[in-house]
Ligand binder design. Structure first.
Ligand code: CU
Length: 225
């Protein structure tokens, strides 16, 4: 009897180690693919560029995703918001900088509700921070320079990326990593264009990359989700 105890303990310990190691290495996967423009062409350079596409995954079974501690940064430089398109997880604090010699203002127009919020006007070298606590599209404007506008997409989960359409090919590549295995809906946001197929049901498999190619197009060719 006594002789059996040692091997059993060793086997149990080994199983525990193996399953713990497996769970850690293989619990997440990636989603990657291309974004093609369908019956549309966009300007991909300069201050009025439409090169940015936000690609994001909405879990079918949402969990609690702690917001990042690190702040995101949006600058105002040369009378342009930089970046022009920003995706953040809800709960993220954004530092709004002013790198111009002029005063700038920041106010938000919430796409969902039509409400506005002015967070102030400040001078060169100063910054104001704001924490976004609601999901949705926030159009960011400056009262002093009416031509200035940026788009901030506030998302429920941290599984997103901002892809850039290349001018010549009118095509972008994207990849979203470290996504827990499970079922998601893949969505793409572009200022002018919509997904041709509508939202896509996507399965993320541990340790693998799921390929999802997306076509974005003008509203009349897009399918509503
Ligand atoms: Cu301004």
């Amino acid at each position: 009897m006594r002789n059996l105890v040692y091997p059993l303990v060793v086997i149990a310990a080994a199983c525990g180690l193996i399953s713990a190691g497996f769970a850690q290495a293989a619990a997440t996967g990636s989603v990657a693919g291309s974004i093609e423009l369908h019956k549309a062409k966009v300007k991909t350079h300069g201050a009025k560029s439409f090169k940015d596409v936000v690609v994001y995954l909405e879990p079918l079974a949402p969990a609690d995703y702690p917001p990042p501690v690190e702040h995101a940064v949006m600058d105002q430089r040369g009378l342009v918001f930089i970046p022009h398109v920003m995706a953040i997880q809800v709960g993220t604090t954004v530092d709004f900088l002013n790198s111009d010699h002029d005063r700038h203002n920041v106010y938000f127009l919430y796409d969902k509700t039509g409400e506005t919020l002015d967070i102030g006007t400040w001078g060169p070298g100063q910054a104001v921070s704001y924490t976004f606590t609601e999901t949705g599209l926030v159009i960011t404007l400056c009262q002093l320079h009416l031509e200035m506008a940026a788009h901030i997409l506030v998302l429920a989960s941290p599984f997103f990326t901002v892809a850039e359409i290349e001018g010549e090919t009118q095509r972008a590549e994207y990849a979203i990593h470290s996504v827990p295995a499970g079922e998601y809906v893949l969505k793409a946001w572009h200022k002018k264009l919509k997904m041709k197929t509508g939202d896509l049901r996507t399965t993320v498999t541990a340790g693998r990359t799921t390929t999802v190619d997306v076509a974005i197009t003008r509203s009349k060719y897009a399918q509503q989700p």
